[in-house]
Design a protein around this ligand. Structure first.
Ligand code: MF3
Ligand code: CO
Length: 291
């Protein structure tokens, strides 16, 4: 960081307050940690209170869409129908589905069933059946601000093995959230996720991670859920990122379908599950903005 700003100058965050009353102490703490060798984020990635308010509005829409999906999803529904619901419910609330046309992605939502790890593309050929587990990953743009969260749904009666996997991943996210505290490295969060998944006898996907979010769909940092304690960027107030581990019943190995360029599957064909929340680092801990 190269902070050259007078104590009586306006703060870099745009609050209009003097630097000494606003982010001076923040920068001092961060600089000390940086000098000890910890990576830190660029200033623009620490959200201001005004930005956080806007991001929260986007999150409200995202969660309402997922609530709607949860109320209607059942055996016999196609993943294309889920896509239609997500598009309709997002647009009706004044939002834009962030996945649509994102890097050429053709639909408004990702629907990942059983051995599909993530980025499953909705299709009218794909019908949900009793015993399936599905991740529905919804992302919204509202007034230019981004939100992103995903939930698992169990279709009818699922096997005890799948049910246990789905429960474990949810707990993994909770263990991760409990590690989100300012002035500590983000690697602590990923380590907590990984430890809980391994305790359940599962593996965690390494090559796909989470991300900062809010002003863009995907911002720094890239977030691992197999990280070491003490590693990674320092979490500081105003930082917003996703906790979205992909946990596999078998091996962590995955492959991407070349035919559609998106669908990621487990190599061993065993089920995978994922939950995703968005967290804001606060002065005292964290706030879950979107789930
Ligand atoms: N929602 C996914 C995430 O959690 C991103 C999907 S990219 C898409 O980061 F293009 F496939 F939508
Ligand atoms: Co995400």
């Amino acid at each position: 960081m190269a902070v050259k700003i007078g104590r009586n100058d306006p703060c870099w965050c745009g609050s209009g307050q003097k630097y000494k009353k606003c982010h001076e102490a923040f920068d001092e703490k961060l600089t000390l940690l940086e000098q000890k060798g910890h990576p830190v984020l660029e200033h623009r990635l620490y959200k201001t209170p005004a930005q956080i308010e806007k991001i929260k509005e986007s999150c409200q829409i995202n969660m309402a869409v997922l609530d709607y999906v949860g109320e209607h999803i059942k055996a016999g529904v196609t993943t294309q129908q889920i896509d239609d619901w997500v598009h309709e419910m997002t647009v009706r609330q004044g939002g834009i589905p962030a996945p649509l046309h994102f890097q050429g992605y053709p639909k408004s939502v990702c629907t990942s069933i059983n051995e599909v790890v993530c980025h499953g593309i909705p299709s009218d050929q794909e019908v949900l059946k009793e015993g399936d587990i599905i991740n529905v990953d919804v992302s919204t743009i509202y007034n230019g601000y981004f939100s992103d969260s995903s939930r698992m749904y169990c279709i009818g009666q699922v096997s005890p093995e799948k049910e246990a996997l789905v429960r474990c991943v949810k707990e993994c996210v909770e263990k991760g959230v409990a590690e989100v505290k300012p002035w500590t490295p983000i690697g602590n969060m990923g380590a907590a996720v990984h430890e809980h998944a391994m305790a359940g006898g599962y593996s965690v996907v390494r090559s796909i991670g989470g991300h900062g979010v809010g002003l863009e769909f995907h911002e720094d940092p890239w977030v691992s859920y197999t990280s070491e304690r003490g590693s990674g960027v320092i979490m500081a107030p105003g930082m917003i990122f996703t906790i979205e581990p992909m946990v596999n019943m078998g091996s962590e190995d995955i492959w991407t379908d070349e035919k559609d360029g998106w669908t990621v599957r487990t190599s061993d064909g065993l089920p995978s599950a994922q939950w995703e929340v968005m967290v804001l680092v606060t002065e005292t801990g964290c706030e879950v903005l979107c789930w």
